[in-house]
Design a protein around this ligand. Structure first.
Ligand code: SAH
Length: 331
């Protein structure tokens, strides 16, 4: 779950002059330039600075909000999986564990030796994987020092083989081909450069290894189609509050993976299976403990909570998609 003040996001999406030129030539004057195009042509000028600002924001945001999330929801910081999209008698924490399980099954992961957990939160996925596959080890990276500290603590107490460090997914401190499972669960939406992100995932993956990305996307656009003004404006409000740069569609991810020469690419859309999630998060936030926690965690966390209904709305509109993509690196 992402909350933020959006400063970095705005900086990232400041259109370049070329972008304005493209806008003038567009045949559809009522449409803003879509983020779809923005992420593919990120502004060159000042983008390194904007990325740094975004990443500092992400770190600050998770430093401030992770303890509250853990208190209310536990070690997994991602959507739950609800079969048939129903909430009846569902334990939300179990739904989150089910999500990890279902993704592993979907990707047909039969064995794991070394996993990298890219954007690891407090390490929920890493621990799940090392427990499930005996003899495996995991390495998690996050931008948030507090998350890394907490991930280490829980893992040590549980005596599991997983290590964690503060590192950037776009410049991972690992040798080429280090991991047979490259895992990113709900961190891709934070990446300002999707191409570099996919490049890094492919680079650290061992030949024959599996890459799995589960991420928020916008709906797939037809050739030449852009998001509508209403859609752009809803996404902007979410991004401003959650430290998210421009989004892309799952088709864009597929293209990027193909460009990297990855094979057996498979995509899916589980939006219907996560539908009850945001309602549940809002309900938790409205409990007395949630409200007190929100105020104690500071303005950024609170502001993020206020935007939660927009996530639910985006899913209902068919604008926001809960997508999965997997690929194998050729031997
Ligand atoms: N995968 C975890 C956490 C999801 S929250 C889980 O499912 O529980 C998003 C995570 O992505 C946070 O830990 C955040 O620090 C991390 N993140 C975002 N941008 C990142 C980047 N550029 N490099 C590394 N981690 C990043």
């Amino acid at each position: 779950v992402k909350w933020s003040d959006g400063v970095a996001h705005d900086a990232l999406r400041t259109p370049s002059t070329a972008h304005f030129e493209a806008m003038k030539q567009t045949a559809r004057p009522r449409r803003f330039p879509s983020m779809h195009r923005t992420w593919r042509n990120p502004p060159r000028c000042g983008s390194a600075k904007a990325t740094t600002r975004l990443q500092e924001g992400i770190a600050r945001f998770y430093d401030a909000s992770s303890a509250l999330w853990e208190d209310m929801w536990g070690e997994h910081m991602h959507h739950g999986y609800y079969p048939d999209g129903k909430v009846d008698q569902i334990d939300h924490k179990q739904a989150q564990v089910d999500m990890v399980e279902r993704v592993l099954r979907w990707a047909d992961v039969k064995s794991v030796q070394k996993m990298v957990d890219v954007g690891c939160g407090i390490g929920g996925s890493s621990r799940h994987v090392v427990r499930k596959y005996p003899g495996s080890t995991a390495t998690g990276i996050s931008l948030s020092p507090k998350q890394v500290e907490r991930a280490k603590q829980i893992t040590e107490e549980a005596q599991l083989e997983a290590s964690f460090q503060v590192a950037d997914a776009l410049q991972q401190p690992f040798e080429d081909g280090s991991f047979d499972l490259v895992w990113s669960l709900e961190s891709g939406e934070h990446m300002p450069d999707k191409k570099q992100f996919v490049q890094e995932l492919a680079r650290v993956c061992a030949p024959g290894g599996t890459i799995i990305v589960v991420t928020w996307c916008h709906r797939v656009l037809q050739e030449g189609e852009a998001l509508t003004v209403e859609e752009e404006s809803l996404l902007k409000r979410i991004c401003d509050a959650y430290y998210l740069p421009a989004w892309c569609s799952i088709q864009d991810y597929k293209d990027l993976m193909q460009e990297q020469g990855l094979e057996s690419i498979k995509v899916d859309d589980w939006s219907e299976f996560v539908a009850p999630f945001w309602g549940a998060v809002i309900q938790t936030a409205l409990q007395p403990r949630g409200i007190i926690g929100l105020f104690n965690s500071g303005w950024e966390t609170l502001r993020g909570a206020l935007v939660m209904p927009l996530m639910a709305q985006g899913f209902r509109m068919g604008l926001i998609k809960f997508n999965l993509i997997m690929a194998r690196k050729p031997l």
